[in-house]
Design a protein around this ligand. Sequence first.
Ligand code: HEC
Ligand code: HEC
Ligand code: HEC
Length: 184
Amino acid sequence: MKLSRSCMVGLLASGLLGASSLYLWAADSRQWKSLEKDGLHDPENPALKVMQPPGAALRLLPPDSAGNLVNWVKALRDRYINPRTNLYETTQVRILDSDILMKRTAEMPYVLFPHRAHTEWLDCSNCHEKLFKSQAGTTPVNMLAILQGQYCGQCHGAVSFPLTECNRCHSVPRSSVGVPQTAK
Ligand code: HEC
Ligand code: HEC
Ligand code: HEC
């Protein structure tokens, strides 16, 4: 199985955090790699010196325990950030406030996919109709494909929280029968 690089980094990071988070969490103990050491930037590039170190910017944002250690949905909702929604005036911003309950999860809790938390950042065309069909239950999503970078894995583990955070997606207990699809 081919795990994406960022997914591997995510796995590593959350393993390390798991061990240390208990006693370090009270104070903001979040640590970010310097640009020279993040494996993404060329450490030889002299321009790195003029760039802001990640920790200087990210420390001001609400904490998370995985990925780049920022809860981005909270950062947006609580107005820590106010990103521009469109480049062109003619672009129509569409926000959809409906959740999809995905039940093919074997023994795991069901997955609740929230449209709102996605459409606050992403236009529908990022997902429909190529990644997902606009009809609940019709896309053949499964965990192996996700771990290989398809479906949810196109973004999660790459630009959004990593796949090690099982319970962020698998958030609805199987015992809760008859959960309304719009529950949240
Ligand atoms: C980004 C969201 C997301 C994360 C994170 C996630 N899953 Fe899933 N998982 C899904 C979706 C979506 C499905 C398919 C649900 C459907 O089609 O009804 C799924 C399906 C599954 C299934 C069902 C069997 C299969 O092969 O599809 C298992 C088991 C599973 N996940 C385990 C896990 C475990 C363990 C983790 C953490 C290591 C995890 N998942 C993390 C979204 C996620
Ligand atoms: C981040 C990905 C993503 C974005 C962005 C997104 N959707 Fe979806 N949408 C999904 C997924 C996943 C499903 C469930 C597909 C499945 O179960 O096969 C879904 C299902 C739907 C459905 C079917 C609902 C039902 O109950 O059958 C409609 C309609 C829909 N989306 C419309 C939209 C519209 C309109 C937008 C933009 C405002 C949008 N979606 C943005 C991922 C997305
Ligand atoms: C096109 C990119 C993209 C795809 C595809 C995608 N997501 Fe996301 N997702 C995001 C972004 C961006 C965020 C917000 C940033 C973050 O939380 O890391 C997010 C956030 C979330 C959240 C957190 C909501 C909250 O209130 O904190 C959940 C849960 C989630 N996604 C589940 C899923 C599931 C399940 C799938 C597949 C069915 C999926 N996502 C597919 C980009 C995507």
